[in-house]
Design a protein around this ligand. Sequence first.
Ligand code: SF4
Ligand code: SF4
Length: 340
Amino acid sequence: MIVSKKDIPNFLDKLIGAYDEVIAPVKKDDFTVFETISSGADAVLDAGNTKLPAKEVFFPQSEELFRYNVTKEGAKLEAPIDDKKKVLFGIRPCDARSVKLLDNDFNNDKYQDPYYLARRENTVIVGIGCNQPASTCFCTSVNSGPFDTSGLDVLLIDTGDAYVVETITEKGKLFVEKAGLAAASDSDRAAAAKVKEEAVVTCQVNLDGLKAKLDVNFYDPIWDKIHEKCLGCGACTYLCPTCHCFDIVDDAVDCNGCRVRNWDSCAFPLFTLHGSGHNPRSSNKERYRNRIMHKFKYFIDNFNEIACVGCGRCIKNCPVNMDIRVVLEDIRGSEARLDS
Ligand code: SF4
Ligand code: SF4
């Protein structure tokens, strides 16, 4: 299948008519973010990755879990489930992979989150491969790549004047059938294969032996040094597509009685503060160590996956230029101490 770039606004307008919501990158100041669009002309598909990841589509920054109303007759609960039919259009493969990683947390043997699952089931994810990865991208070092299809239903490959369309899942197949796209010719397919071949991720991060090191270096003195520059602002965690810490609060003012889930961050001291006053991660060193351990050890222990997709947002946006690639190299190079 193929869609010409000049037909994309029209194509998106048709999707807007056929689905409850179409979410695509739009321009905001000097960057792009995902927003629900009301016109296909608003989508910006050639500006690289968005400033914020698309995790909010499935796991909103602030979300009402249920409303409660206590009367003489008892408590009445209303739980709003968002089952609107949506298309998430123009996501990059690393971010789509992050959604697949989040599935491990929100849908596993022990826990199934109905809010996340309803959004996930009702959203078609259409990605665009990255012809020119940024200098901060290191997706190929963390089991992904510029044309990784692992979290996608449909992949678009930019061949210049058109996108060649690959269907990945059954959901993607139904989406493409419904869209009624033209068939791609042999030369279109050859052009797409060439684009894939020529895309180069220049930044490689060597992670050999890192997990083995993290398994034994919880008390290594390297942690005393490595966090020193970090301000604990949490920007890296809010912008990271795989970070998913949250807090749950009851709100009796704004909504007259509701329970709300809000993003939180392991970079903040309050995140782990117990009611007793004890804080198991009371210092920035412990919090920064947790961020690295969670992505490169605990997530592997629990789900056999690295919780980083190499998108580079934490590198681009840290106010003090902490670079996770350098941190990982430093840890690999440090002398491992056996925990005692
Ligand atoms: S963005 Fe930088 S300073 Fe802020 S918490 Fe992350 S590593 Fe620390
Ligand atoms: S840790 Fe940094 S590079 Fe890795 S997925 Fe998160 S923001 Fe992207």
